[in-house]
Write a protein that binds this ligand. Sequence first.
Ligand SMILES: O=C(O)CCC(=O)C(=O)O
Ligand SMILES: [Fe+2]
Length: 329
Amino acid sequence: MAQTQQAQWHVRPMAVGAEIVDFPAGMEERPGVQAALYDAWLTHGILLFRNIASVEQHLAISRCFGELEIHPVPEVRSKSNPYLIELGAPIAGGGRQPTVYSFDGETRINRIAWHRDTAYTPDICKGAMLRMLEVPDTAGETLLADTAMAWDDLPADIRAKLEHLEFKATIRTAHMSTLGRPGVFWKSVVLAGDADYPGNSELSRRDGAIDARYPSVIQPAVLTHPESGRKCLFLSPTYVDRFLGMEQEESDALLRRLTEHMLQPRYVYRHKWQANDAIIWDNRRFMHAGMGNRPGEPRFGLRTTLAGPLRTGRYFDENAKAVPIELTD
Ligand SMILES: O=C(O)CCC(=O)C(=O)O
Ligand SMILES: [Fe+2]
């Protein structure tokens, strides 16, 4: 019987990040594979996998990069597995309905402004792996920006100014509270109210209460990556309130300038999803955003979160305590 030659899996570098090619199910269990993947991840910062056809495979590959954590926002957790969060809702229904709004004459759902995951807590997560199960025909891309490359290109005088700078950060979930912020796409957005769209996300409705659950934190503007030693511009533009020691106006101008710098196309990977693609990002190095899709088109993803714990921050009010909630239904 003729021997079938299995293609050797390999890492294909992209302009930003890398794709893992010909990676069959179960390959992550072979000797040396986990270390090779981890090495590629540290080198490239994001890895794209194709044909991840099961939750088990998604979890197994995620675990090659570290332990998983349960996401601090219970509303987004999957009922099927606490180590997964849900993005969007399966077209078959039953899931949370997204906030709907119009932008420049087009209506989009599931838009998520530039951020790092869990950067509104003192212990930022190490990374996350998003697998897309249902994919829209148009739009719905995810963007990921390499803030280590962005740091490397900053002029020396700006780097010196940022080296010891810190900022106050607060979670923002309601689109209204992110309007006009650097790195947000919906500057001219017309928001739909709950009356028009009764399914507007629970999280947005509870935005006031969210302050008690996630008290504001202080984070450094520059993070030395604990494994690669590379410096990263450690900003989540959507969450930044103000750089410490600056008046609001000066702080806003600096944030705008840095965000514009970080979002130059040469630092950004834009992913157009196919079903069962999965991307794992290094959250210490990359920030990311969701472009949103059209209502009526499917988009549903599941995401794991890699535990840090990396204590990069501290509470702004040193006596603050996060008051967690558990959902009852
Ligand atoms: O929906 C997207 O494209 C991005 C989602 C996101 O921010 C995340 O999974 O952490
Ligand atoms: Fe995210």
